[in-house]
Design a protein around this ligand. Sequence first.
Ligand code: NDP
Length: 428
Amino acid sequence: MKTSRIPGFYKMTVEARRELLEEMHSFSNDDKEILSKEALSTETADKMIENVIGTFSLPLGLGLNFLINGKEYVVPMAVEEPSIVASASYIAKIVRESGGFTAEATERVMIGQIQVVGCPDIHAAKAAILKEKEALIEDANAAYPSMVARGGGAVDLEVRILNEESGSTYSQMLVIHVYIDTRDAMGANIINTMVESLAPTVEELTNGKVYLRILSNYADKCLARARCVIPPELLKSDGFSGEEVREGVIHAYEFAASDPYRAVTHNKGIMNGIDPIVIATGNDWRAVEAGAHAYAAKDGQYGSMTTWFADEDGNLVGELELPMSVGTVGGAIRVHPMAKLSHSLLDVESAQELAQVIVSVGLAQNLGALKALVTDGIQKGHMALHSRSVAIAAGASGELIDIIAKQLVEEKQIRVGKAKELVDSYIK
Ligand code: NDP
């Protein structure tokens, strides 16, 4: 049976983990090859971007224990920072004991923007566009008929006037929003093609000049939400009752909700969970990052992406809602072999489902950080895991890595300088 609960996975060798996955996921020979060899060839890389001189690898780990809407998910996470995968898996284990995450996604409507300047009469220009709204939507769809055939395509159009009172011809402008259902694609290229195709007609209708024709990464009509409800008894940890942890998490949330200096760090911790899946699945993490941080400021002040509170039964409730412009097709997804493998591991059927998994992991990651912060502090777990990177940075290799990492933790001196001393003492 496919499960994300694999006790002792972290203690296995990489080889044993791969074998287990091969059994559980009926990997093809191609999948096995991808895991054991250089995934992205220089030849393919050279076709992906410009001026290629090589490839850059990241560790790919698995977030385990994720139960979301009753379905098991093994979550591929590409990330260099220690403790992220362990922390997400640890919280997912707690949450699954209280029934798992619930998640949902809105319809996938993305926004294409067209900027029009220099309209002799900006209100007449707006009216002209709105009068031809249906024809413009049809024209946009004619530029990408395959999206309509999939049940998507342009679905609506709005017009905004920016800086109406401004006397400056630079700042006053008309902005057309074309709303486009991009189905299972992130949609940047689809949207850009559609809005570019409308530019000549828009200039004719407005007597203005079109400059920008591009998607907005503020995808606030393409949202995903995750929620978890955790009884306090599941939150207790060494020396801390569940109630104490719950109260600490809520206080930590209120801090982030009220102070941008804290909120940025709080939200970075959420993106610690989100970016690794976005990267592993070949999606555009800059687009997701930009949209997520903008959404955290939607109420006028940059604040917490998550919300934490206690319900009337004393459970800790966490919620996360974010724009999630990710795809299961398009871009690098079908080009990068590791992205293809990640999709096959995740086994999601749609971009909406992928978005739901991503926000659930973000919520777990946030609780992992907050729980550590309000109990032992972040350094205890983090530095112990970081000690191996410190040992490698100091020149340790092979078995020496774990020996030195252990010694650094025991001596409570997780520093490269100390690690170098230890490496020298072993090599001499
Ligand atoms: P693609 O240009 O690869 O388009 C996706 C393609 O997938 C579609 O054209 C469609 O082709 C095909 N497809 C197959 N099945 C489906 C399905 N079920 N649903 C939807 N499409 C399907 O990618 P995107 O348009 O998604 O663009 C994403 C890329 O754009 C990313 O690499 C991103 O980095 C980049 N980008 C991002 C920008 C930004 O964020 N500001 C700006 C510009 C680019 P067909 O219909 O022909 O079958």
